[in-house]
Every structure is written in C-alpha cells, then in structure tokens.
Design a protein around this ligand. Structure first.
Ligand SMILES: [Ca+2]
Ligand SMILES: [Ca+2]
Ligand SMILES: [Ca+2]
Ligand SMILES: [Ca+2]
Length: 489
C-alpha cells in the first residue's frame, strides 16, 4: 500500500470513526485524556461480560504499522504495559468503559485486534457444594480446592482417628466411616478372628479401676463401644474426612476416604499410653494407612515409640499434634507421641499463616497446618468451632490420604516427604526464620503443591493385590520395589 493511499485510508477511517462516535454520544460523552490526539468514547456502551482486569484493554497493531504510526496511536492512551516484540500494548481505559474503548480501537485501521485483559487462574479448583463451606478457611488456606481436582480421596484409603471416638450417626460422617468387612455386627462372635468381638466400626481401648476395699487396681479393658462421649474425636474426624460435596455440613480434606474409629480417650479427653499404643497396633493391623493422633503427654515413652516403630515398619504414616501450651504452667515443648521418631509432628497456624502462641515448639516439629477457629463436626450431631494443634494434625492426615488416593503404591516415607517438601515456609520473611524452624517446622502444608508433586510420580506398570490388611500379616512384594505398605493375608 502506497503512502498516499495509506494516509487517505487513515483519514477516511478517522472521520468515519468520529461520525460513528458522535452519533452515539449526545450529552453522555467523555474525552479521553490523550496527548497527540483526542478520542471520544460513548458512555452508552454497556459493560463487557467476563472476568477481566478493570480499566485495561489490550491492543495489537498490524504488523505493517510503522513505528511512527504506532507511536501516534499509543500516544492517545496511557500505556500500562508495552510488548513491542509481539506488537501488543496494554492501555488504560476508564473503568466500566472497556467495551466502548474496544469498539473504538477495533475500527482503527492500524489495529489488528483489541481485546480485554482476561483473568487466568493458576489451576482449576474444586469448590464443594457443602453448605458450611464458607465457614471453613483451613482447606482453602492449604490449597485443597486445587488438590481436589486430582482426588477427593478414595474409600480404599483409611485414616484411623485414635481419639475419643466418633459420633457414628453424624450426618456428615456416617457414610465415611470404615467398617470392618470381615465382622458380622452384634452376633457376639469374632468373625474375622482379629481378636476383637463385633468390632464393626473400630475398637475401644480403655482402663478401669477395680476397688478391692483397700486400694484401686488399674485394669486394662476394652469393648466395641466407640461412640464419642467427649467431642474431640468427632471434630478431628470431620476435618480429615467429613463427606465432601454431599450437600451436607462441611468438606473434609479427604472427604471420600474412610475413617476408622479407635477410641482411646475417655469422656474427659484423657487416656493412658497403653491404650494409645494398643489403638495404634489395632489401626495398623486392620488396614489404616494413616493414623491421626491429636493427643499427647509430656513424658517420653519407649512403649509409645515401639508403637510408632510398629506403624512405621508396616508402612503406616503416623501424624501427631505438637501439643498446646499448658495454660497453668506455660509448658510448651512438643508432646509425645509427636516428639517420637517416625511421626509427623504438626504445629498450628492461623488465617494469616502465623503461629498462634498456644502451639508447642521444639526440634521435633515437622510441619504446620490450620489450627485456629476450625469449624467441624461435633459429637452432639451438630458442628462446632475449636482451636488447637489437635485441629492442625487432621489437615495433615487428610492430605496424606489424598496423596495415597492419587498414588496408592507410594511408601509412607515418600508420602511424608511429599508433605514436608511442598510446604510454604510462611515465616521466612517477616519473622526471619528461613528454612526449618522449631515453630512451624518446614512450613505450612500445601495440598495443591503436594498433589502436583504426587502426580509427577508415574503409576506403577505392575499389578498389586488388593490392599487388604490382616492381623499379624507378613508384607509381601509381587514385583520389584516399592513394596512398602503392601500386605495380603
Ligand atoms: Ca473381630
Ligand atoms: Ca461379629
Ligand atoms: Ca459434607
Ligand atoms: Ca521457617
């Protein structure tokens, strides 16, 4: 195109554009603050639909536009970002007038295209339909909606809630409870031969005191009554595994995994190390992949350590609360079993990713998770808000169950490694604690990053036997590694 023809065309276009614009405007008109040219834009145009940056329009110039023509056009606008190598500039437009500016630009012969600056999101998210979802800040804080596009958990992955029991008929828990497939309930027979009679939902390890007229004697006891009489266990259970996207209550982190009810705490929320150790052994022997321990005591214990070792050697991941500072004497070291070896010790963080002062600290802390004002299921059949490292731990247990739901063949140490290496070190900046520290460990867990890391691991090409665990079973491996965590009868 010759220079004279180009000029003539530009002039025609310019005058016809003015005619179009003046035909639309009347009294409702603004004059764009231009430098070399003035441009009138109609206020009558409706706002554009869609999710776009307010006050920004992207304009692409024709490849045959000269440098001078480009400068001339852009000089009418305030340029927000210039990308000359691809011939695109982002220009400011009056907010609410983006569409009118688009129309104006599209009629300029120097313009190849003009478009809105649409929003892009890092990844798809899964927003559950549970009505109390807006009351839950924890899952969003750890990126669970993104992780849920990979998996919301599977029924083959069992999380044992070793705690005060679970409200068995809670509307948002009942469908997610593990039940012992080999046990016929209520017939007074130990159908599956695991040593516990009628252990349909789990088992209750407890103690009682026998009075002989002179002194009390400690007597271990047990039964199949695992209903929650304290509240703590039901709350913890809901955080890890309340039904997700079931139009009921809240969304658990692994809302399609299964919850095994192992009762070791009484109605006051207390229990003995021996009960806890037996509960851990039961959970391991009966198929749990993750054991949540939102409990703790000050004294170290070889019995507890042996129970943790038992879980570890059987490929089961144990997750424990670091503990809450004792308000009576200020004791704030990490409690046991969180302080044991082979346990993920979990501290708490709040909505601002800050560690609350109640969260115990020490060299054993591995990670942190939401633990302040957490809304979850409650033992009276309702919902309740509670704070504590007890609430933080089940966020981690839920995440472990999600990882295993996506890649069931991973070893427990690999799952623990994914959780710790994909954290956000949220106190590295303002509090100047870069890297691991004794308050939040490696950082606040992030389910989105953890699941992204998980699915990098290829699915195994070889075939596994179903992941059925039997009491005192021996690990077998069908094919070369990994075989940790696989058992059959
Ligand atoms: Ca049984
Ligand atoms: Ca039975
Ligand atoms: Ca729900
Ligand atoms: Ca840190």
């Amino acid at each position: 195109m010759g220079e004279s023809k180009m000029v003539a065309r530009l002039q025609r276009s310019f005058f016809s554009l003015i005619a179009i614009v003046t035909g639309l405007i009347g009294p409702m008109m603004i004059i764009c603050a231009g430098r070399a040219e003035r441009m009138e834009i109609s206020l009558a145009a409706p706002p554009c639909p869609g999710d776009y940056a307010p006050g920004i329009v992207l304009v692409g110039l024709r490849s045959d536009t000269s440098h001078a023509q480009r400068n001339s056009l852009l000089s009418r606008w305030t340029v927000a970002a210039d990308m000359p190598v691809i011939g695109v500039a982002a220009i400011h437009a009056p907010v609410g007038m983006e569409c009118a500016v688009l129309e104006t630009l599209q009629q300029d012969p120097r313009v190849a295209f003009a478009e809105l600056d649409y929003a892009a999101h890092a990844t798809d998210v899964f927003i559950p339909n549970d009505p109390d979802w807006p009351r839950q800040w924890g899952p969003t804080q750890i990126g669970a909606p993104s992780a849920w596009t990979v998996t919301t958990g599977t029924a083959s992955i069992v999380i044992a809630i070793v705690d005060s029991g679970i409200r068995l008929n809670h509307e948002d828990l009942a469908a997610n409870l593990w039940n012992n497939p080999g046990e016929t309930p209520g017939n007074g027979i130990d159908d599956d031969g695991n040593g516990q009679v009628d252990d349909t939902w789990g088992w209750h390890f407890y103690h009682q005191w026998a009075w002989n007229g002179e002194e009390y004697t400690y007597m271990p006891a047990e039964n199949n009554q695992v209903a929650d009489d304290n509240g703590h266990g039901s709350h913890v259970a809901g955080i890890a595994g309340a039904g997700i996207d079931n139009e009921t209550g809240i969304a658990g982190i692994a809302g399609n995994a299964r919850l095994m009810t192992v009762k070791v705490l009484d109605e006051y929320g207390s229990g003995w190390y021996s009960d806890i150790a037996q509960g851990i052994i039961y959970a391991v022997d009966n198929g749990a992949r993750v054991i949540n321990l939102s409990l703790g005591g000050r004294e170290s214990s070889q019995t507890l350590q042996e129970a943790m070792n038992y879980a570890h050697t059987h490929g089961v991941l144990t997750v424990a609360a670091a503990g809450n500072r004792d308000t009576t004497d200020g004791y704030d070291a990490v409690l046991y079993p969180a302080a044991c070896e082979h346990v993920l010790a979990v501290a708490a963080t709040d909505r601002d990713d800050l560690r609350p002062s109640f969260s115990n600290h020490g060299p054993q802390v591995d990670v942190a998770a939401p633990g302040v004002e957490i809304y979850s299921t409650w033992y009276r059949g309702n919902y309740f808000t509670r704070s504590g490292t007890s609430m933080a731990a089940p966020h981690v247990s839920g995440l472990a169950a999600l990882i295993w739901s996506a890649r069931p063949h991973l070893s427990a140490s690999r799952v623990g490694g994914i959780i710790t290496t994909t954290t956000f070190d949220v106190n590295s900046g303002t509090l100047q604690l870069p890297g691991w520290d004794e308050y939040i460990g490696w950082g606040r867990i992030d389910a989105a990053r953890a699941l992204a890391e998980t699915i990098q691991t290829p699915l195994p090409k070889y075939h596994y036997l179903p992941l059925i665990l039997r009491r005192r079973a021996t690990p077998i491996c069908l094919e070369p590694p990994p075989c940790v965590g696989l058992w059959t009868k």
